[in-house]
Design a protein around this ligand. Structure first.
Ligand code: IPM
Ligand code: MG
Length: 388
């Protein structure tokens, strides 16, 4: 047993050293890339697995239409990245194959379809999730997830920390002995301050007057305690914004409390809580199939659906009925992020018409509704009418 303890301590040491090196990199990485200063902005399109290519196609079509003039003027180019499939990842036993990572790094922003995350018992090697790896490799530290249900007064924006918490070394936990397994959760000062600042800046620039910090700091005292304290400290710099803090358990309950939930506006929270609660939140809006998300870093940004690759839909031959709305919402966020607010507003308006107001077609995920492509046509036609 002494030997096993020693091996576990050595693994812990490696984790600590790796995280300290990451802290150093964060300290050097100060400024956001200014897209306006680029001659050509490169947008990567990466279909992913399962229903990914089908839904990404519809989003790409609308994006190309909205940026047509900029592409013609050479200001924007598209780069298709096909290799991020589970088959390719399994073949090289890597979350992201090296050549695919190099291609991703040639882009400034990326529109990415869902990728399959292997788990124990799958036919695939149990490699790290491509999503998680991409967020870390490109240092996409903020996962921004908006959820809106206007008729119920719900207008939430989640700022999920995206590179730390339980995810930082989620695939490097230690089986110390047959009886004991240990995972790690990580909070850093730089990592927390940058997500908190982004959340408060967003609140300030979008006339929101409340930021809610969500943790479980009463139990996870060290890492969540640090996250809470640092977010509160950043909050003090924004006297016009009210800061409150909640524990994650009661927050999940309050989101279904109709009287209370409309008070929430902006949330800032560690990675795992953000993962869980944004699925719950999206459900009020029509499910995860309707929710997009932005993964924002200082050099790169990646936009995606908040859901997975739905292998069950593919196995049952239903992929052509997948809902492209999550990827289309992600496209709205991408356009806004690169400063094309007019085009972002246009697509958002078209989606609101197709999904809520006019609803000429419905997506059910099966042959009782329209196909992904038909819905894409509907959104395209609506965009075209709005442009005229
Ligand atoms: C998400 C997803 C991912 C996550 C999975 C696919 C690894 O659930 O983007 O919320 O856990 O972050
Ligand atoms: Mg999730």
């Amino acid at each position: 047993m002494e030997q096993q303890v020693k091996e576990a301590v050595a693994k812990f040491e490696a984790v600590v050293r790796e995280q300290l090196a990451r802290v150093d990199r964060m300290k050097q990485d100060k400024d956001f890339l200014d897209y306006d200063k680029l001659d050509t902005l490169i947008i990567g399109i990466c279909g992913g697995d399962g229903i990914g290519p089908v839904i990404t196609n519809e989003a790409e079509r609308v994006l190309r239409f909205l940026l047509k003039e900029e592409v013609e003027a050479g200001k924007v180019t598209f780069k298709k990245i096909d290799g991020l499939t589970i088959e390719n990842r399994a073949a090289v036993n890597k979350a992201i194959p090296d050549d695919v990572l190099a291609e991703l790094k040639e882009c400034h922003v990326i529109l990415k379809g869902p990728t399959t995350t292997p788990r124990a018992g799958d036919p695939w090697p149990n490699i790290e999730s491509a999503n998680v790896a991409m967020r870390k490799e490109l240092d996409l530290f903020a996962n921004v997830r908006p959820v809106k249900v206007p008729e119920e007064g719900i207008d939430w924006t989640f700022f999920r920390e995206n590179t730390e918490g339980g995810y930082a070394v989620g695939s490097k936990g230690v089986h110390v002995t047959d009886d004991l397994a240990v995972d790690f959760t990580v909070t850093t000062t730089d990592g927390t301050e940058r997500i908190a600042r982004l959340a408060y800046e967003y609140a300030k620039n979008n006339k929101k007057n409340r930021v809610s910090i969500i943790t479980k700091a009463n139990v996870i005292k060290t890492t969540d305690g640090k996250f809470l304290k640092l977010c509160q400290k950043i909050g003090e710099e924004y006297p016009d914004i009210t800061t409150d803090d909640w524990y994650i358990d009661i927050t999940t309950a309050k989101l279904i409390d109709k009287k209370r939930r409309t008070d929430f506006q902006v949330f800032v929270l560690p990675n795992l809580y953000g993962d869980i609660i944004t699925d719950e939140a999206a459900e009020f809006q029509g499910g995860v199939g309707t929710a997009g998300s932005g993964n924002i870093g200082k050099r790169y940004a990646m936009f995606e659906a908040i859901h997975g690759s739905a292998p069950r839909m593919v196995a049952e031959g239903r992929d052509k009925y997948a809902d492209p709305c999550s990827m289309l919402r992600a496209t709205v966020m991408l356009l806004s992020h690169i400063g094309r607010q007019k085009e972002a507003d246009l697509l958002e308006q078209a989606l609101d018409i197709c999904m809520f107001k006019e609803k000429k077609l419905t997506i059910t995920g099966r042959d009782t509704g329209c196909t992904c492509n038909e819905f894409g046509d509907y959104v395209m036609a609506t965009v075209e009418t709005l442009v005229q």
